[in-house]
Design a protein around this ligand. Sequence first.
Ligand code: SAH
Length: 240
Amino acid sequence: MSNRIARVLALLCSLGCSSGSREARAPMSDTYSEPRARMVREQLVARGIRDPRVLEAMARVPRHELVPEALRDEAYDDGPLPIGEGQTISQPYIVAAMSEAAALAGDERVLEVGTGSGYQAAVLSALAAEVYTIELEPVLAARAKRDLERLGCANVRTRTGDGYRGWPEAAPFDAILVTAAPEQVPPALLEQLKSGGRLVIPVGGSGDQDLWLYTKTERGVERKHLFPVRFVPLRSNADD
Ligand code: SAH
């Protein structure tokens, strides 16, 4: 294990999501510091997540504050959890793996499609300069907006709408993360990527999905298979 990862693991008692390592933050502990530190060690480091910034963000963001109150004690368990409206907050490992695949250094503009609980957006808030996140379901969008404000994620903009079309006014993006699965990659998302930009997206029907990393290059679009996944479907307004 590298020294940097060891240092991150030693620092697991911090809380909050105000962004990046630009600001000094007083270490704080909360009721869930211990299970959060265990989650980082046993679910992320043990399975190969190596980006120290991702590990640090996962060690910091209070996931228990973004799940329904009755499920707080399960917030750091190794799986997705229901968040209402038939939707789920993704498993911690998936959030970390998608964040790592985006390869963020700190100065990027990032789009997330599928705000859900706001957890992935809060993690991105600590990893990038600006985060735009869009959610189709108004009840979830309103709750995530409120929660992200409460956690101090001042660099996150939220919107209620259909992320299939991306967020043209804020494009182009250095990275786009899609946290619900379409049958095909939405063309607007590739269009809204900068040259060199990365799109991390699950693609497929309900039983058979794979996570892909698309990279836009001067020569066109390259794609790399990451691993099989199971996400809720990316719906469009037309489905309702
Ligand atoms: N990233 C979330 C998990 C999201 S679950 C988290 O960290 O909690 C997927 C979310 O995508 C659901 O909330 C669902 O309502 C939303 N969604 C589905 N189709 C969408 C669309 N076309 N545009 C935006 N959001 C969509």
